[in-house]
Design a protein around this ligand. Sequence first.
Ligand code: AMP
Length: 145
Amino acid sequence: MIQHLKNQSLMDKEIQSIIIPVEKVAHVQLANPLEHALLVLIKSGYTAIPVLDPTFKLHGLISKSLILDSLLGLEQIEVERLAGLKVEDVMQPSLPTIHKEETFAKALTLSINHPFICVLDDDGSFLGIIIRSSILKLISKYMHQ
Ligand code: AMP
C-alpha cells in the first residue's frame, strides 16, 4: 500500500486542497470568558478548537476536557468558577502546527496523534486547519483509484 501511495505521489502533494479555511473554523479569542468557549464547544459539537488573538495569530487550544479540569474542586465540579475565568487562563498553549506549503506526508505524520492540525502562513498567521478525517479521505480516494 505504501508503494502504491508513493507511486501516486500523494505524499509529496501540498496540503492546500484539504485546508478548512479560517472563516469556516470555529474558534475563540484569548480574552473571551471561559463560559463562551464552553458554549461554542457544546454548540459546535467539537472536542477542541483553536484560540486566536484579534490579529488572527494562533495562541493555543481550548477543549471540553481542559474546561472541565479547570472546574474540578476537591470533591465536586465548581461551576461557579466559570464566571471568573478567561480562555487564556485555561488554554493549552502548545499544539501541532504545519506551514501552508508543507507536504501531505508531514500532515499525515502529525495526524497520528492529533485530530486536527493548525495551518500557518509565513508570518505565523492562522490560515485554517487540516482534520484527520480529510487526510484519511484523500488516502482512501487514492487507494481506490
Ligand atoms: P472531525 O474529523 O470533523 O470530527 O474533526 C475532528 C476535530 O477537529 C474536531 O473534534 C474539532 O476539534 C476539530 N474541527 C473539525 N472541524 C472544525 C471546525 N470547522 N472548526 C473548528 N474545529 C474543527
